[in-house]
Design a binder for this molecule. Sequence first.
Ligand code: GLU
Length: 299
Amino acid sequence: MAADPTVFRFAPSPNGLLHLGHAYSALLNADLARQRGGRLLLRLEDIDTARCTPALEAMLREDLAWLGFAHETPVRRQSAHFADYRAALEALAGEGLAYPAFMTRGEIRRHAAAFEEAEGAPWPVDPDGAPIYPALDRLLPEGERRRRMAAGEPFAWRLDMRRARERLVAPLLFAETGGGEAVDVPAEPELWGDVVLARRDTPTSYHLSVVVDDAIQGVTHVVRGLDLLPSTSVHRLLQALLGLPVPVYHHHDLILGSDGQKLSKSRGDVSLRALREAGLGPEDIRRMVGLSGKGRAMP
Ligand code: GLU
């Protein structure tokens, strides 16, 4: 019996123009899928419906087509699947693993600053450098929680990390092939504190939707930038809590700018579009990201 095909996906957010870092990730996914005889999906991570626009999505798809990124259709667009993420959130909340959190980001920052002022010690930060949420809303009496929800006060849904960790008896590991050989990496989701599962303004979060979608789409190999390695700990925890399959992870190095910093849309780094307009072709892009010739191999 033939083995099930491997499934790779490139999952950009259409909130800006694609740059060389995206090109590297997309082409590496395509190369690895081809080497494995696997399937190649494109997923549009557009849960931030204010920043992700149809015009940016159209440009993104045009840039990928120009690059020769040959993905399957239909393309999954996250904003069309909020009900799937809602169902996962309800499953977690039903298990007592998620709770409404009213504190705003500004309040969290002020709480951290007041602590530092009073204690003369740093408040902990998450792997992205944001202050850890102090989990005060977890302690709210049920009556007050209900009253504030009924009054229409905005809130996010957060994961009760301590309780979630206590649920799991087996060690939480994921297979990582980014360094060459496959190694089992221990997940450390607690570094993130009580992460957001659904934002105040969006009925899901990056972490929740990526995990749900990778499962629904049968993704077997997640190939993405090293900047997302710390997030994988949260993803692995959510997979365990929701009973979802666990893909193999391959976090690739990042393409850096001439100043040694990670490329980003917000820094206004050179877009693929600008490179194309300057007369470069897809083969030039492959060369610039170090993928000309045979491409990189994956164990
Ligand atoms: N949408 C994410 C980004 O553009 C990538 C998510 C992923 O590959 O898991 O950074």
